[in-house]
Design a protein around this ligand. Structure first.
Ligand code: GLP
Length: 265
């Protein structure tokens, strides 16, 4: 696992956006690029960079197929807090992606099991995910794979923890009781099946989880620690998120990733 530490969130976002844009641009026009995407505040700076690069014709989504990580149960596509709405507002409405190539789980699906099964089949039909971009919850979760989730899990329904509902209440007028109690989410195994995983982490609020994920062992209580078993995983973070890491760990990754950081932005 790589850990790329930037002085602040803005630089971490710019570096990540450029890293992913390079992958998309060098993929070759003849085959499409399958990109997994998250919601939340963590990827917003990356999405702004994607939009800017797209406007300047430095990055095109014409050849990109996307699969989002998760969706709240019971929120329709036009609900301002649904993840579909979030993605349209913060990325898709502003870039040259073909709407047919956008995949987001349907939180209103009557048969949720079928919805999840079809989602996994759709990913497989596209040849699997080339790069899964993600964020991390303050309890170390990836997508909505809350503590205790199977590290082999695939797309399914998950109940949200009080910590996650409290963290996401800011999008629901500050009231955790308005946050849906369940979501459809790709599994840890779904993320692990991607050929590359890139995670953006920022702020002191994520420091405890980042320590567990980077320094402690693989553990279902911090589901993102699964990345230790992934052949190609990158965590990009800001200084604040490294607060709980050992000084030696920070020094090690800064040294080994010096060139990557300097060549970035
Ligand atoms: C939710 C999402 C995750 C996201 C996490 C952190 O739980 N399902 O995909 O990583 O929130 O959100 P934020 O980036 O706003 O801290």
């Amino acid at each position: 696992m790589r850990l790329i530490i930037h002085p602040d969130h803005e630089r971490a976002s710019r570096w990540t956006a450029r890293y992913i844009a390079d992958k998309i641009n060098s993929h070759g026009r003849d085959k499409h690029f399958v990109l997994g995407l998250p919601t939340g505040s963590s990827p917003l700076g990356i999405y702004r960079e994607f939009i800017r690069m797209n406007g300047e014709k430095k990055l095109s989504f014409a050849n990109v197929r996307t699969f989002n990580m998760d969706e709240y149960i019971g929120l329709s596509a036009d609900h301002p807090q649904s993840y579909r709405y979030f993605m349209m507002e913060n990325l898709f409405n502003h870039v040259d992606i073909d709407p047919k190539h956008i995949h987001i789980l349907d939180g209103m699906a009557k048969d949720t099991e079928k919805e999840c099964r079809l989602y996994e089949e759709a990913i497989a039909a596209e040849g699997g995910i080339e790069l899964f971009l993600g964020g991390m919850g303050s309890d170390g979760h990836i997508a909505f794979n809350e503590p205790g989730s199977s590290l082999n899990s695939r797309t399914r329904i998950k109940t949200l923890t009080s910590e996650t509902k409290a963290a996401n209440a800011r999008f629901f007028g500050g009231d955790p009781s308005k946050v849906p109690s369940a979501a459809l989410t790709v599994g840890v195994g779904t993320v692990m099946s991607a050929r590359e995983v890139v995670i953006i982490v920022s702020g002191r609020g994520k420091a405890r989880a980042l320590k567990a994920v980077v320094e402690d062992g693989v553990n279902h209580m911090w589901t993102l620690s699964c990345l230790q078993m992934h052949p190609k995983a990158v965590i990009v973070c800001d200084e604040d998120a490294t607060e709980e890491l050992k000084v030696g760990t920070v020094r090690y990754f800064k040294d080994i990733e010096k060139d990557a950081i300097e060549s970035g932005v």
